[in-house]
Design a protein around this ligand. Structure first.
Ligand code: GDP
Length: 531
């Protein structure tokens, strides 16, 4: 039994954790700001999270050749750093739209999100998609308007866009002095002081900051300062002040302005994370009962990744710690099976180097190596039993039959497909008509197919062929309806391997309605969307 002292110590450790992810459209500057944050703070460990682009310094992960070729981030990992007396965990989200399912899982493991916008572009499609996931999960969002060193939109217009399009009340913490493209610094709205930013050569280290009182700022920046003050007066009239309750209830968003590439505004972002972002809270279990952070250890798997590093061919389960103290070597119980799970190989650091982790607290992420017994969404616990809610599957919209090009490789093909299914890279569907050798892959976006095929090739030595199926819609059905749908044109029923669900696929909405109209009483339920 944990003693009173240890539970207090655990609560104190939880209180100094901030666990968040950056959500953004590709090219808004996520990699750049990740590096800038790590530079300002002190990096403790990284899990290949920073995907430096060609020509720029970065902790480049080489997990997937494809990822490098495309210059996008497909895999996710964690970066941990210390700032003031806090431990900050930054979980990387894949940048491509097709990986929303993976991103969604990452967002189940954070307590807060930073929405990164390009000052010239405002809200972009992928930002909106990711924001919807945050909204569905009621994740508090901090907005960072990036690239202020380049010509962009008016700051008030950007705030208006946030308010109108995503119905989140923007409450700026800082305000830019100088139009986008001529960025002098920011006003701290509460203190009324200005922080002037000065570039350091190459932007390689933290920006040089200079504190100016309003008088000094007015003297130096004249018209730009007056304009900023006027805009602030307008803001004050609309009551756009930081409201902690509205922020944590995910109805208001603190807004900051900066330029990640020059490290402008990055310290201010860290300060807002430190001061306002929520620390880990009691997490509700599958029955809705909260498990307090100082209860004995419990956590859930939000991501599984195999073959992350060619030198270590194994499977890693990423566990978000929700309660208690995790210590390496402890034996936890796997909620699904009730079996003990030894955590001998707990690690925090991947990519080129690995580092063993000895303990972790709520908000932290632990990588469990050789964790083949664990699946996505599984709970591990110590002490009083708990099971956190399972992670939902996304509604697939693309379907294709996958086959091994050479039947002699079938065994490896089968193993590979099982692996990809376990990791949730794609959903795997089967039915008797198509048989064992022709599984159907279901995806939210078609790029998931490419990833699956590239990995089967690179990791299992299997060349595969893909035959796209004409289906676009999936509905949940049952055995009785499956019988009735047999032989109906434009429809086909499959079993989803991951959870045994029966899915009826249709070529389009018109076909679905026509079939429903001509055969009343069929069970065709929409699949639960994310949220
Ligand atoms: P990601 O795709 O969101 O990870 O974006 P990156 O961090 O790779 O940035 C995309 C491009 O925008 C790169 O060329 C960066 O150098 C550039 N960039 C990032 N932040 C800023 C910024 O604050 N100002 C300017 N001018 N460029 C930036």
């Amino acid at each position: 039994m944990p003693t009173a002292t240890t539970t207090t110590a655990v609560a104190a450790e939880a209180a100094r954790r901030r666990t968040f992810a950056v959500i953004s459209h590709p090219d808004a500057g996520k990699s750049t700001i990740t590096e800038a944050l790590a530079l300002h703070a002190h990096v403790i460990g990284e899990a290949g999270a920073v995907h430096g682009k060609a020509g720029r310094r970065g902790v480049v992960s080489d997990w997937m050749a494809m990822e490098q070729q495309r210059g996008i981030s497909i895999t996710s990992a964690v970066l941990q750093f210390a700032y003031r007396d806090l431990i900050i965990n930054l979980l990387d989200t894949p940048g491509h739209a097709d990986f929303s399912e993976d991103t969604y899982r990452v967002l189940t493991a954070v307590d807060c999100a930073v929405m990164l916008l390009d000052a010239a572009k405002g809200l972009e499609p992928q930002t909106l998609k990711l924001f919807e996931v945050c909204r569905a999960r009621q994740i508090p969002v901090i907005t960072f308007i990036n690239k202020w060193d380049r010509p962009g939109q008016e700051p008030l217009a950007l705030l208006d866009e946030i308010e109108q399009r995503i119905k989140l009340r923007p409450t700026p913490i800082t305000w830019p002095v100088g139009i986008a493209g001529e960025f002098h610094g920011v006003i701290d709205r509460r203190a009324g002081e200005m922080t002037a930013f000065h570039r350091t050569p190459g932007g390689a280290t933290a920006a040089v900051e200079e504190q100016l009182d309003p008088h000094q700022a007015a003297q130096r920046y004249g018209e730009d300062w007056r304009r900023a003050v006027e805009e602030l007066d307008l803001l004050a009239l609309t009551g756009a002040d930081h409201d902690q309750a509205a922020f944590t209830a995910a109805v208001a968003t603190p807004v900051l302005f900066g330029a990640a590439v020059a490290n402008f505004g990055v310290r201010q972002l860290l300060d807002v994370l430190a001061t306002h972002a929520p620390a880990p809270q009691a997490r509700p279990d599958a029955e809705g009962q909260p498990r307090s952070v100082d209860a004995p250890f419990a956590g859930f798997v939000f991501k599984i990744q195999a073959n992350m590093n060619k030198a270590h061919r194994d499977q890693v389960a990423f566990v978000r710690v929700c309660s208690g103290r995790f210590t390496r070597g402890m034996t936890a119980i796997h909620a699904g099976t009730g079996r003990p799970f030894a955590t001998k190989y707990a690690q925090q650091m991947f990519g080129a180097d690995r580092e063993t982790i000895d303990e972790a607290y709520p908000g932290d992420v632990v990588g469990l190596v050789n964790a083949t017994a664990l699946g996505i969404g599984d709970t591990l616990y110590d002490g009083r039993a708990v099971a956190f809610p399972p992670l939902p599957s996304f509604v697939p919209e693309h379907f294709a039959v996958l086959r091994a090009a050479d039947t002699s490789t079938y065994k490896r093909f089968k193993r590979g497909v099982e692996q990809l299914d376990a990791e949730g890279v794609v959903q795997v569907l089967r039915n008797d008509r198509r048989g064992e050798q022709a599984p159907v892959l279901a995806a939210v976006g078609p790029m998931q197919f490419e990833v699956a095929m590239a990995r089967l090739d690179a990791e299992f030595g299997v060349t595969t062929g893909l035959e796209h199926l004409p289906y676009e819609l999936a509905r949940r059905t049952d055995r009785a309806s499956e019988e009735r749908l047999r032989g109906v044109a434009g429809a086909e029923v499959f079993t989803r391997v991951r959870d045994g669900a029966l899915l009826a696929l249709f070529t389009n909405g018109w076909r679905l309605r026509a079939i429903g109209d001509s055969s009343p009483g069929l069970t065709l339920d929409p699949l639960p969307a994310a949220g």
